[in-house]
Design a protein around this ligand. Structure first.
Ligand SMILES: Cc1cc2nc3c(=O)[nH]c(=O)nc-3n(C[C@H](O)[C@H](O)[C@H](O)COP(=O)(O)O)c2cc1C
Length: 180
C-alpha cells in the first residue's frame, strides 16, 4: 500500500476475528517498527508482545481502571503490545542535564512515535490495532514483569479486524495549519 493510503486507512480496531497473529507476522511488524526515529537515536521504546490469553484477561481485569470500553475491547483482543520506554535518557545531550524545558517529556514523545509506527506497520500487514491510554501503567508493569528501568507509556491491542471500521472525523487542513 502506498504510504499516504496506509496513513489514511488506519483505524482504531476494537473487534477482532478469533485468530491469533503469528509470531512470524509480529516479527515482520517489529522489523518495520524498529525504524521509528527517537531522541538522539537512543531507541528507548520497548515492546512486550502479550499473546497469552490469561495475561490479556489479567490486563482487562486489573490494568485498565475498570474502564468498560477498554475491558470490552480486551475481551476479544488476540494480543496486546505493552509499549514502554527506558526512563531518564531522552531529552538529554549528556549524562545528566536535560537539554530543553520539556525535560523528560521527550521520552513520552518517543513512545508516541514508536506507537504510531507500530500501528502503521501492523496495518500494512493487515493487523488492526487500538491504542489504549486509559490504563493503570504500574499494574500493567507488574502483570508483564517489566524491568524497573522502564515505564509503560500505553498499550496497543492488536488482532485481525472482524469487519471494516468506519473512519472517524478529522479537522480540515485549514483548521489545523498555519502558514507563516
Ligand atoms: C494517546 C491515545 C490514547 C487512546 N486511548 C484510548 C483508549 O483508552 N481506549 C480506546 O478505545 N481508544 C483509545 N484511543 C483511540 C482513539 O480514540 C482514536 O485514535 C480516535 O478516536 C481516532 O479514531 P481512529 O484511530 O480510528 O482514527 C487512544 C488514542 C490515542 C492516540
Amino acid at each position: 500500500m502506498e504510504a499516504v493510503d496506509l496513513i489514511k486507512s488506519r483505524r482504531s480496531v476494537r473487534k477482532f476475528k478469533d485468530e491469533k497473529v503469528s509470531k512470524e507476522v509480529l516479527i515482520k511488524i517489529m522489523e518495520a517498527t524498529r525504524f521509528a526515529p527517537s531522541w538522539g537515536n537512543f531507541q528507548v521504546a520497548r515492546y512486550t508482545l502479550v499473546n497469552d490469553d490469561n495475561t490479556i484477561k489479567k490486563i482487562a481485569e486489573d490494568g485498565v481502571n475498570d474502564f468498560v470500553y477498554n475491558v470490552g475491547t480486551l475481551k476479544n483482543a488476540k494480543g496486546v503490545a505493552v509499549l514502554s520506554f527506558v526512563k531518564g535518557k531522552s531529552g538529554k545531550l549528556g549524562e545528566e542535564e536535560y537539554a530543553t524545558n520539556k525535560e523528560s517529556v521527550w521520552e513520552v514523545f518517543d513512545a508516541g512515535i514508536a506507537c504510531q509506527t507500530f500501528c502503521l506497520a501492523a496495518h500494512a500487514y493487515g493487523v488492526g490495532t487500538c491504542i489504549m491510554g486509559v490504563i493503570d501503567d504500574k499494574e500493567i508493569a507488574k502483570i508483564v514483569n517489566l524491568d524497573e528501568e522502564e515505564t509503560v507509556a500505553a498499550i496497543i491491542v492488536y488482532g485481525y479486524p472482524e469487519s471494516e471500521v468506519a473512519p472517524t472525523n478529522r479537522k480540515s487542513v485549514e483548521e489545523i495549519t498555519r502558514f507563516v
